[in-house]
Write a protein of this length. Structure first.
Length: 390
């Protein structure tokens, strides 16, 4: 009960701050790009942006346009069912479902950390980092982030309880929500392979999970004659092109130098990438020391970093966004990693409170916090004018 109260309190505080900032003192003129509409409710209007309209159109009409095939079907289907059962407007339905799944995800993440024996402070720090993450806006928006995170955590919970069949099945559902979901069953299969525990059941469940994912290309082949249409529409309709892995981070830096100014989001992208590298190095060192490594989470993390950083978004404006800070949201092992290291940093600061390094450590912590808050405010300011692309 105490854990639930903590989760609901953190959720309520973060959402109230966000709701208030987005709705109070709204600008008279808002930039509505592309096919965006202005909704009557001023609060809801701030959480319906870009891809939200595509999900709504799929939920109401299906894949009536080829460009819509870029968005996988499970979440729009769930919204459609919710609209049919409740009679609530499609945009309100997407908004409500996203927030429900976000709270459920926080609960699953808390339980996952509790099962691993992590301290209460680490659990709260991890949840706080996730909830107050600069792009956590998307957990409340009509997007797939909350639903996908929920499925990922549920799959890993089943996996941790040795319910492999259920874990592979939920992984298949995640793959029908977003293409990166294919890394969940792949991560489970890879862990069994690394630990040399593969058996016939793994092959059967992995195959069934693959068939679940394949149902979408088969549907496109039967209805539109092109099974890979969801990939082919990305460049002409959304300006997203394949590129060398991890090169978008390098291009962020180069673009900032060429423009003669540093964008806060570019800095944040670099920080996130450094966190990922630190996670990789730490995991490899643990393996070398003989410490048990959750390889499924390692593969999942690597895959969900690799895929978004293997494509670049070419757009008319100069706003640096290839979606990395949004896609980072669902990589829960990195948030647990951050929670642990923040806890360790606080312990070291307390131990060294009388040393000469105390002030230096405090300044570093305050500087990181300043960057964190600055990026968050910057994103919310841009969102108020409906100008954020991710």
């Amino acid at each position: 009960m105490k854990a639930l109260k903590t989760i609901l309190l953190l959720f309520a505080v973060s959402r109230l701050i966000m709701f208030g900032f987005l709705s109070i003192g709204q600008p008279d003129r808002i930039h509505y790009a592309d096919n965006q509409l202005q909704l009557d409710n001023p609060v809801l209007d701030r959480f319906i942006i870009y891809d939200s309209y595509n999900y709504a159109q799929i939920a109401l009409e299906g894949y009536t346009e080829d460009r819509l095939t870029a968005f996988f079907p499970l979440f729009p289907l769930l919204v459609r069912v919710f609209v049919g059962l409740t009679g609530i407007d499609v945009y309100w339905s997407g908004f409500v479902l996203s927030n429900i799944f976000f709270v459920c995800s926080l609960w699953l993440l808390y339980q996952l950390m509790e099962k691993r024996g992590l301290s209460e402070r680490v659990r709260v720090l991890t949840l706080s980092v996730l909830i107050f993450f600069p792009s956590s806006y998307f957990f409340s928006a009509f997007y797939t982030e909350s639903f996908f995170l929920f499925l990922a955590l549920l799959a890993f919970r089943f996996w941790g309880n040795d319910k492999r069949g259920a874990a592979y099945f939920i992984g298949g559902l995640a793959a029908l929500t977003r293409i990166v979901g294919v890394w969940i069953p792949l991560a489970f299969f890879a862990e069994r392979l690394i630990r040399r525990k593969l058996d016939a059941k793994d092959f059967i469940w992995a195959a069934l999970s693959s068939l679940m994912f394949a149902s979408y290309p088969v549907y496109l082949w039967l209805t539109k004659g092109e099974p890979l249409l969801f990939l082919k529409v990305m460049a002409p309709h959304y300006g997203r092109y394949s590129t060398l892995p991890f090169s978008p981070i390098y291009q962020d830096i180069v673009s900032s130098i060429q423009a003669g100014q540093i964008e806060p989001i570019s800095i944040f992208h670099l920080i996130l990438f450094l966190i990922f590298l630190s996670y990789l190095i730490t995991t490899i060192r643990k393996q070398q020391k003989g410490t048990a490594v959750p390889w499924s989470e390692f593969v999942y993390t690597f895959g969900l970093i690799l895929m978004p950083l293997s494509s670049i978004l070419k757009q008319a404006n100069n706003f640096p966004s290839h979606g990395f800070m949004r896609y980072f949201l669902t990589i829960f092992p990195l948030f647990i990693f951050l929670g642990k290291h923040i806890d360790q940093a606080l312990i070291r600061v307390n131990k060294n409170s009388g040393s000469t390094l105390f002030i230096a450590r405090k300044l570093v912590i305050y500087f990181i916090l300043f960057i964190w808050v600055s990026v968050s405010l910057y994103i919310i300011l841009v969102l108020r004018f409906k100008g954020f692309v991710a």
